[in-house]
Design a binder for this molecule. Structure first.
Ligand SMILES: [Zn+2]
Length: 103
């Protein structure tokens, strides 16, 4: 069962597009060329046949939450975060900021 917060993150950081050759699943990659100014770009992370149903596409997007190179769960606030928002493998940038970390 996915939390409302996790569903919001999946909606914001993944998308599915129907191309002539089938569905592509994309992930919004976050990069930080300058502190506090993230740049994002969409990266293809999966494919489904064009015949896939809307439900199958949605389930495939939700399954991306389990891919640790794409999303991490913060050990402190227990929220799902795209990997680019994690301060490190344990805590998200929001929790790190509460600690007064500089980045
Ligand atoms: Zn956190």
């Amino acid at each position: 069962m996915m939390t409302r917060q996790a569903r919001r993150v999946i909606a914001e950081f993944t998308r599915a597009r129907l191309l002539p050759e089938g569905w592509v699943l994309e992930y919004r990659q976050l990069e930080w060329p300058h502190p506090a100014e993230p740049v994002t770009h969409w990266q293809v992370v999966g494919k489904l046949p064009a015949s896939a149903t809307e439900l199958e596409v949605l389930q495939a997007r939700k399954a991306l939450a389990d891919q640790r190179e794409l999303f991490q769960v913060c050990t402190r606030c227990h929220e799902l975060n795209p990997t680019g928002w994690m301060q490190n493998l344990q805590i998200c940038q929001g929790c790190a900021a509460e600690d007064g970390a500089e980045y």
